[in-house]
Design a protein around this ligand. Structure first.
Ligand code: AMP
Length: 495
């Protein structure tokens, strides 16, 4: 049975048009996006006539060999994808880009995010005779495009983009053009860059442009798509029903610190959130501030600076252990955590520590790290989280789509403090988060999607609605009743 749990969550996309080394540059771009997905990777290339592709499981270096890249010699156009490890189907059939050969054309397609009406669209399509090969949402858009009565590929694509809902970006390649598209809320990011030699690229994050020595051209905004072909570059809107609401989790956790989203550098935002957290929830008797590598280091420096406390390296992460590092038994898993993260005993021993982390989702990471620090001799551990309580599931592509997974859905900060065995625990406020990112104070949602902290879903819920409302906990219900400022005047749960 098709699982409603999203199968194409946070991923990384890259595309390039008209470069003799298109596959190698795509590989380099994907390497800088590896943090967005480690489960699998692939590249599809075109030489203006034929499209060919290679894909594999694991990190980019495992998924694609130099031999694979050699097969793309002479192909000037490319798209590539790194796929996030979800609990969904991990088979090779879900690794993107998908490559379709039709009687009249070939298309490569890959996607980042989650379509929230994919299940109903899939059902409709299957009832009309469509046959799906994977459990991926990406196939849905291809079926929609091929079934469209529109006269051109581009018009069929725009019609299909209007049919799907959720938080998504797409990269598509035909023999004639490279396309990049963004959802009507710009929940997931996509940017255009230009190489020094003049070729255009698209990427999930600006860091992929930087590693190629290119320059940032522009963000692809809500409801826009870009077409890059031999005539140059063109940006169009496929819908006027747009409200920008960029995923705050991109700033908090997903994106690389050197990336810039909507004009805001990720490191600077994280540092600002740490500073704000210090103002909101100071720890007076601390000896030092430490961050949990890697995603919370920027916030920890901000906290330390604001408190005038030393920022120390109390935890070390082995950078060579991939996220997909899974062991068959609980004992080996515990061992695995120690292999991945170590406390620096001489630094933390006998000290009162502020430990800054970017978020608490299930609560298991914080619990383990507090224990690690205490086993290393820390006198006290005060946990400070550089984002608000993660109380509501997200359906827009960050792999946290059920209430049951979220410790804050049922437990108060006080209860979580006891669970993780910390001396104290505090979170950044929602206003603190929004102001730290600082996109725009005067637009709806402040330009941000903060659904996991407020229960306000800018792109709606669609196939998830029934299950979402049925699974609301008492704590979530109480939050929604008390925080009506996040909802529209008619009292809708989401607007
Ligand atoms: P836990 O509370 O054990 O679920 O882990 C929370 C940690 O996982 C945070 O400190 C983040 O670094 C990281 N994290 C946050 N959101 C996600 C996500 N959607 N997928 C994977 N890891 C995440």
């Amino acid at each position: 049975m098709y699982d409603i749990h999203g199968l194409n969550e946070e991923c990384g996309l890259f595309g390039i048009w008209n470069h003799t080394e298109s596959a190698h540059l795509t590989y380099m771009g994907l390497q800088s996006l590896q943090h967005r997905g480690q489960e699998g990777a692939g590249i599809v290339c075109s030489n203006g006539q034929n499209l060919i592709g290679e894909r594999g499981l694991g990190l980019l270096t495992e998924a694609l060999s130099q031999q694979d890249l050699a097969t793309f010699q002479g192909y000037q156009h490319a798209i590539g994808h790194v796929r996030y490890a979800t609990s969904g189907n991990k088979g090779i059939e879900n690794i993107q880009p998908f490559l379709y050969h039709f009687y009249d054309m070939s298309v490569g397609v890959c996607h980042n995010g989650n379509l929230i009406n994919a299940q109903s669209l899939r059902k409709e399509l299957e009832q009309q005779g469509a046959i799906f090969h994977s459990s991926s949402d990406t196939e849905v858009i291809m079926h929609l495009i091929r079934r469209s009565k529109q006269p051109t590929f581009e018009s069929a694509l725009t019609e299909s983009l209007c049919t799907i809902k959720g938080g998504f970006t797409f990269a598509l390649l035909t023999k004639d053009a490279l396309y990049g598209a963004v959802d009507p809320n710009a929940i997931r990011p996509l940017v255009v860059g230009k190489l020094q030699t003049g070729e255009y690229v698209i990427a999930s994050e600006t860091c992929a442009i930087d590693v190629l020595g290119g320059e940032f051209v522009r963000d692809i905004h809500a409801g826009e798509y870009v077409v890059i072909n031999d005539d140059g570059i063109r940006v169009e809107s496929y819908t006027t029903e747009t409200t920008t609401a960029i995923s705050a989790m991109e700033y908090i956790y997903f994106a690389r610190p050197d990336s810039t989203i909507a004009g805001k550098n990720v490191h600077a935002v994280r540092k600002m959130s740490g500073k704000r957290l210090a103002e909101e929830s100071p720890v007076e008797d601390a000896d030092m501030v430490i961050g949990v590598p890697n995603s919370s280091l920027s916030a920890a420096t901000g906290y330390a600076e604001a408190m005038n406390l030393p920022y120390e390296m109390g935890l070390i992460k082995n950078q060579y252990v991939a996220r997909t590092f899974i062991q068959p038994t609980q004992e080996l898993r515990e061992q695995g955590v120690r292999v991945k993260l170590s406390a620096v005993k001489d630094i933390v021993h006998g000290k009162n520590i502020v430990m800054v982390d970017d978020s608490i989702v299930r609560g298991t990471t914080s619990k383990r790290i507090v224990r690690l620090l205490k086993d290393a001799g820390a006198k006290s551990v005060h946990v400070r989280i550089a984002s608000p309580e993660f109380m509501f599931p997200s359906f827009y592509g960050i792999d946290v789509s059920t209430t049951a997974e979220l410790i804050s859905a049922n437990k108060s900060p006080e209860e979580i403090k006891d669970y993780i065995e910390a001396e104290s625990l505090a979170y950044l406020s929602v206003d603190g988060l929004i102001e730290s990112i600082g996109i725009d104070e005067d637009v709806p949602y402040h330009g941000l999607c903060v659904e996991s902290f407020t229960g306000d879903y800018p792109a709606g819920l669609y196939d998830y609605e029934e299950r979402y409302f049925a699974s609301l906990s008492e704590r979530q219900k109480a939050f929604l009743a008390q925080n009506t400022q996040y909802f529209d005047k008619a009292g809708n749960q989401y607007v």
